[in-house]
Design a protein around this ligand. Structure first.
Ligand code: NAD
Length: 441
C-alpha cells in the first residue's frame, strides 16, 4: 500500500474555523517549534514512536520518520473567526502562552488574519463578534467558504489543504430530514433550513472540494448521512467529534483499567471549573447540552453495562461544567469515583486534575491535520475511525458503537499506520517467543 501513498510534497494549508484559544495555541506552538524554542509535547506525530516487527528486532522509529507526513516547515496556517483580531492579538487575549514566547513569534502570528466567519448567533448566543459573512442563503455562504479555501490555497502556494473545526460549541441539534441525503442537505442550504448549522456549512464546503475535515467540537457537523455520503463521493477523509482532552482523557485512561481488572463501579461524579471563552459559551444550557451528550457516552461505551450488569449495571454518572472566570484556560476538574471490589467492598478514587485545556488540545489539532492529510494521500475516504484516539465522541460507521478505550484506540491507530506502510500488524500474541515451551506443552 505504501507505494500508492502520494508524497507529502509542497505546502500543506491548515485552516481552522475558529481562531480562539486552541487554534492560536497550536499556531504559536508550531512557530515556536520551528524556531527551536519549544518541543511539540503531546503530539504523537512529532514525538511518538511505533514498534515494528518482533520485539527482538528492536525497531522503534519515530512515527514521523515512519510515515510520510507533512513537515512542520511546510505548513501554512489560516482560518476564520467572528472577531477580527489577528492570531497574535487573539493568542494574547487567550492567555494560554506567555507573552514573552508570543513575542518571539510575533511577526508570524500577526501575519495571520481571520477570514470573515459563517456565523449565526442562534447557534452560539454567548458570542457577539461582527466579522461575519453576509449572504442571502446558506448555499451562498458555502460557496464563499469554498472560494476562501481555493483562494488561500493559491495565494499561499499550497499543494494540499485540510480543515479542523476549532470554533465554539454550537447548540444541541438532533439529526433530522435535511441531514439525510446530499439532495435534502443542498435544498436546506438553498432554503436556509435552521437544521443546517454554520459548522455544517464549513464542513460541506471542505468536503465538496475534497479537503479533509476534522471536527474538534461536539457539534454534529460532518456526522450526518448527507456529509458522510458526500465524503465518499469526493474521496474526502472526515472525522470527529470533540477533542479528547482533560477530564475525558483521564476517564478513558482510568475506566479501561478498572474494567480490565473486573472491578465494579457505582458512581462517577465529574465537576469542572473553567474560565475561558469556551467555558463562557458552555455556560449557556443549549450549548452545554451538546457537550454533555458527548461526555456522558464515554463510560457507558467502555463499561457496556448491558453485557456486565453485576459490575456496571447501576452507575450514577454526572458531569458538571462551571464557568469560573478566574480559572482562565487552566481548567480544574474533580472526579469522585465509587468503585467496589472482592465481595462488593467499596472503595473510592479521587482525581484532581489541574490541566491546561488548550495545551492538551493543540497537539491533537496538529496530529489530526497531519494524519487526515496522510489519509487523503493514501486514498482513504469517509469516516477515519482509526483517528478515534483524538476524540471524546468518535464518529463511526452507522450501527457501530464507538471505541473509547484509549489503549484500544492507540492499537488501532498504530496498526493502521503499519498497514499503510506494508508492515506486519501487531497482535500482541507473542507466542512465537516461547515456541520451545509450547512445543513441550
Ligand atoms: N480546549 C480543549 O481542551 C477542548 C477540548 C475539546 C473540545 N474543544 C472545543 O474546541 C473548540 C475551541 O475551543 P477554544 O478553547 O479554542 O474556544 P474559544 O472560545 O477560545 O475559541 C473558539 C473560537 O471560535 C470562534 N467561532 C465561533 N463560531 C465560529 C464560526 N461559526 N466561525 C468561525 N469562528 C467561530 C469564536 O469567536 C472563538 O474565537 C470549542 O468548541 C471547544 O468546545 C476544546
Amino acid at each position: 500500500m505504501h507505494n500508492t501513498i502520494e508524497k507529502a510534497e509542497g505546502k500543506l494549508g491548515i485552516l481552522t474555523p475558529g481562531l480562539g484559544a486552541v487554534a492560536t495555541t497550536l499556531i504559536a506552538g508550531v512557530e515556536a517549534v520551528k524556531k527551536n524554542l519549544a518541543q511539540p509535547v503531546g503530539s504523537l506525530t512529532q514525538m511518538g514512536n511505533i514498534r515494528l516487527g518482533k520485539r527482538t528486532e528492536n525497531r522503534n522509529p519515530k512515527i514521523k520518520d515512519f510515515v510520510p507526513l507533512a513537515d512542520l516547515n511546510d505548513i501554512v496556517f489560516g482560518g476564520w473567526d467572528v472577531y477580527n483580531d489577528n492570531v497574535f492579538e487573539a493568542a494574547l487575549k487567550a492567555k494560554v502562552i506567555e507573552p514573552m514566547m508570543l513575542h518571539a513569534v510575533k511577526s508570524e502570528l500577526e501575519a495571520i488574519k481571520p477570514m470573515k466567519a459563517v456565523f449565526d448567533r442562534s447557534y452560539v448566543s454567548n458570542l457577539d463578534g461582527d466579522h461575519i459573512k453576509q449572504a442571502a442563503t446558506k448555499a451562498d455562504l458555502a460557496q464563499m467558504v469554498m472560494d476562501d479555501i481555493e483562494n488561500f490555497k493559491e495565494a499561499n502556494d499550497c499543494s494540499r489543504m485540510v480543515l479542523v473545526w476549532c470554533g465554539s460549541t454550537e447548540i444541541y441539534l438532533e439529526p433530522s430530514a435535511a441531514h439525510e441525503t446530499i439532495e435534502s442537505f443542498e435544498e436546506g442550504l438553498r432554503n436556509n433550513n435552521p437544521a443546517i448549522a454554520p459548522s455544517m456549512i464549513y464542513a460541506y464546503a471542505a468536503i465538496k472540494l475534497g479537503v479533509p475535515f476534522m471536527n474538534g467540537a461536539p457539534n454534529l457537523t460532518c456526522d450526518i448521512p448527507a456529509l458522510i455520503e458526500l465524503a465518499k463521493q469526493t474521496n474526502t477523509p472526515i472525522g470527529g467529534k470533540d477533542f479528547k482532552t482533560g477530564q475525558t482523557l483521564m476517564k478513558t485512561i482510568l475506566a479501561p483499567g478498572l474494567q480490565a481488572r473486573a472491578l465494579g463501579v457505582k458512581g462517577w461524579f465529574s465537576s469542572n471549573i473553567l474560565g475561558n471563552r469556551d467555558g463562557y459559551v458552555l455556560d449557556h444550557p443549549d450549548n452545554f447540552k451538546t457537550k454533555e451528550v458527548s461526555k456522558l457516552s464515554v463510560l457507558e461505551d467502555i463499561f457496556q453495562p448491558e453485557t456486565n450488569p453485576e459490575l456496571y449495571g447501576d452507575i450514577y454518572h454526572k458531569v458538571r461544567i462551571n464557568y469560573y472566570p478566574p480559572a482562565g484556560d487552566n481548567k480544574e476538574s474533580w472526579d469522585n469515583i465509587d468503585i467496589f471490589g472482592w465481595m462488593g467492598y467499596q472503595m473510592q478514587i479521587k482525581v484532581n486534575f489541574l490541566c491546561r485545556d488548550s495545551i492538551l488540545a493543540a497537539p491533537l489539532v496538529l496530529d489530526l491535520a497531519l494524519f487526515s492529510d496522510l489519509a487523503k494521500r493514501a486514498g482513504m475516504s469517509g469516516i477515519q475511525e482509526w483517528l478515534s484516539f483524538y476524540f471524546k465522541s468518535p464518529q463511526t460507521a452507522p450501527g457501530l458503537h464507538p471505541e473509547h478505550d484509549i489503549f484500544k484506540q492507540l492499537i488501532k491507530l498504530q496498526n493502521t499506520l503499519r498497514h499503510l506502510m506494508g508492515e506486519d500488524l501487531i497482535t500482541h500474541l507473542g507466542l512465537e517467543y516461547y515456541e520451545d515451551l509450547t512445543e513441550v506443552l
